[in-house]
Design a binder for this molecule. Structure first.
Ligand code: NCD
Length: 308
């Protein structure tokens, strides 16, 4: 396959075929040396980084990935010090940054912001989180984590637990998982079920899935458990959030009923949904996911510039 990522926007996981995603993951696992020793393959390239919502992993790993490739990074995370604060539109901001950067990474609370940028700009745009909608690169790294840690995807029963309505990583992960022969167990309070369009998508693709509220009742059947936090900033009110906060807390005690090799994942940040005692278990891989994320983003940037 010739590089399908050359000069490509990365807006939604729905835009990529199974073959394209596996191509990316295959390249990502070969990026260890670049992550360790660096390279100069993007020496003359600049990544523009516009983060209008809080971020730790995504912003820093794009930054680190670009630097490992020999490129440079410009941009802002403290957007209230940019001209957006003065009332400049996002559209004008994007158009201006296009003059200084060769690729743009955008996170915003507005669904569709990255898609809009991709439509009006001539440089590739990467969606680093668009409201409650999508976060494609997180989901690529989540898929990579399962593939590397379990050695396969087919045949697995995967539980996705927490805020399935507002969690954008879940919304991006489902289209990737439905490429495989997996059983999905969607675990959430009834108010936070996956959205209707996700359900229709899974049904259309004949994916086996069940929706349940109790984590304990399904835990013994799972091979992978993907925990997520309640998306406080996207709830309609603080009271609603407070009612949901603490709905799921994964403890070592709860895990006693799980399979011994149950893979425990979380995109992070974790608030209180996984007890810190769980961190020491060998199956807890949520602090390994950021490393896969670095490799994945190195691969993605190198491929977008067709530099490998
Ligand atoms: C996620 C996000 O921003 O959507 N964080 C991340 O990028 N790893 C998950 C979250 O905020 O809950």
């Amino acid at each position: 396959m010739t590089n399908p990522f050359a000069d490509r926007d990365v807006i939604s996981t729905l835009d990529f075929t199974k073959e394209e995603i596996e191509y990316l993951l295959d390249v990502a696992v070969k990026m260890e040396d670049i992550a360790k020793y660096g390279s100069k393959i993007l020496a003359n390239k600049i990544l523009g980084s516009i983060f209008l919502e809080p971020s730790t992993r995504t912003r820093l790993s794009f930054d680190a990935a670009m630097k490992h490739l020999g490129g440079q990074v410009i941009g802002f995370a403290d957007w209230d010090k940019s001209s957006i604060k003065k009332g400049e539109t996002l559209s004008d901001t994007f158009r201006v940054v296009e003059n200084y950067a060769d690729v743009l990474v955008i996170r915003s609370e507005w669904e569709g912001a990255a898609k809009y940028a991709a439509e009006i700009l001539n440089i590739p745009v990467i969606n680093a989180g668009s409201g409650a909608q999508e976060h494609p690169t997180q989901s690529f790294l989540d898929l990579m984590t399962i593939r590397q840690e379990r050695g396969k995807l087919d045949g697995l029963t995967i539980g996705v637990c927490g805020d399935l309505m507002y969690g954008r990583t879940v919304h991006s992960l489902l289209p990737l998982l439905m490429n495989y022969d997996v059983k999905l167990v969607l675990i959430s309070p009834s108010q936070l079920h996956i959205r209707k369009e996700d359900k229709v998508m899974l049904e259309t693709r004949n994916v086996q899935f069940t929706e349940v509220e109790s984590l304990e009742s399904v835990l013994p059947s799972l091979d992978v458990l993907y925990m997520t936090r309640m998306q406080r900033e996207r709830f309609r009110s603080e009271e609603e959030y407070l009612r949901m906060k603490g709905f799921y807390v994964l403890t070592k005690n709860v895990l006693k009923n799980g399979k011994p090799d149950l893979l425990i994942m979380h995109p992070l940040p974790r608030i209180n949904e996984i007890d810190p005692d769980v961190d020491k278990l060998p199956q807890a891989v949520y602090f390994k996911q950021p490393k896969y994320g670095l490799l994945l983003r190195i691969a993605l940037l190198a491929l977008i510039f067709d530099a490998l």
